[in-house]
Design a protein around this ligand. Structure first.
Ligand SMILES: C[S@@+](CC[C@H](N)C(=O)[O-])C[C@H]1O[C@@H](n2cnc3c(N)ncnc32)[C@H](O)[C@@H]1O
Length: 350
């Protein structure tokens, strides 16, 4: 039973451990550092469920009993007889709820990153009819359902289906979360206004280079998928949409014309908080990573890609990428307010 797996996580101390290392559990570091001092049973559970380490099958059975079958049924574990491993998933704590996501910094197994944490914080007061677009394995859906919401969750990668189903069942939220597997820009959505909508679409700007992984590819400007779904969403009076967004811009801030158009069309007003800025151009580590990734994607040299992108950025008057959290609400006068242009805190979203 999925509920029993959650109980095992709680009574073994795993839930307390992941809760305590909330942010660091994103990147394994603190949990890995804590590992040597853990009791033997919790160490096996941590290795198996959090660190993608292979453990002796007998020890996995002793630590988790019948819950091993739950993992096997969801296709999470591989067993070669003497050893068992959960290779492509790990448990994280998302505001007090344990759920399976993919390993850090990867697109396999279900994305979960610092942006998920930043967006999740906006959803702690979610209520009513909720919509989670680009849902991955359901972190935000679970959060909204736990708060009492009825959630529709939309995700393209149907490989994630068994893991999302396990996450929902572990928390006994099957009655509250309806999953739709399809393209959020085209799939049929419930024909009703929502009280809370969250959108965490892939955010990586491709600047016209085709072929980025679907989990990362945010289109030319990074916000293309968000822009495509906004006209599909209706909010109730008092409703809120919370979203991550990547926006290109310059020294005056993010370019928001597209967002102002969406605001006008939907009858909303947007507040934009910039949580991080990446400089484009020579000498920027951010730009170097971006050029390297896009060069690999296009099969081009980094020199050629750097030259092409540099020309494009100069022509379009763009010299930085802003990482933002957006909040939208229905308003008599539509508009966009950039509330803060400055990076705050120690990461993009935290
Ligand atoms: C940044 S992750 C969001 C994860 C999760 N919502 C969160 O906040 O942690 C983006 C997700 O969008 C999915 N995706 C990409 N293109 C999509 C599309 N056109 N329609 C629906 N989902 C899509 C990816 O598979 C990925 O799981």
């Amino acid at each position: 039973m999925p509920r029993t797996l959650l109980r095992h996580c709680e009574e073994s101390g795993l839930a307390a451990l992941l809760g305590a290392y909330h942010r660091d559990s994103l990147r394994y570091a603190a949990v890995r550092a804590a590992r040597p001092a853990l009791g033997p049973r919790l160490r096996v559970i941590v290795d198996l469920l959090c660190l993608n380490e292979s453990v002796p099958t007998t020890e996995a059975q002793a630590a988790l009993g019948g819950s091993m079958e739950v993992l096997a049924d969801a296709g999470l574990c591989r067993n070669d007889g003497s050893a068992t491993v959960v290779p492509e998933h790990r448990l994280v704590d998302h505001y007090g709820q344990l759920l399976f996501v993919g390993p850090p910094a990867g697109q396999i197994g279900g994305y979960y990153g610092a942006d998920s944490v930043g967006l999740g914080r906006q959803l702690l007061a979610a209520r009513g009819n909720c919509l989670d677009l680009f849902a991955s394995t359901g972190a935000q859906s679970l959060l909204m359902a736990r708060g009492g919401g009825d959630v529709t969750s939309v995700e393209l990668t149907s490989d994630l289906r068994p893991v999302a189903a396990l996450n929902i069942a572990m928390h006994g939220l099957d009655d509250r979360v309806t999953t739709i597997w399809g393209d959020a820009t085209t799939v049929s959505l419930p024909d009703r206004p929502f009280d809370t909508v969250c959108v965490n679409a892939p955010l990586f700007p491709n600047f016209g280079v085709d072929g980025l992984d679907t989990g990362a590819n945010g289109g030319r400007h990074g916000h293309d998928l968000l822009q495509a779904v906004l006209p599909r969403v209706r909010l109730n009076t008092g409703g809120r949409l919370h979203s991550t967004a990547t926006m290109v811009g310059d020294g005056d801030g993010p370019h928001t014309t597209w967002l102002a158009d969406a605001a006008r069309r939907n009858g909303w007003t947007f507040d934009v908080v910039v949580t991080g800025v990446g400089r484009l151009g020579e000498g920027s580590a951010f730009a170097k990573d971006l050029v390297t990734t896009l060069a690999e994607t296009a099969g081009a040299t980094t020199e050629d890609m750097a030259e092409t992108l540099d020309r494009q950025w100069k022509e379009s008057g763009v010299d930085r990428v802003f990482f933002c959290l957006l909040t939208a609400r229905p308003a008599a006068t539509s508009g966009v307010t950039v509330v803060s242009r400055y990076e705050r805190g120690s990461g993009w979203w935290l």
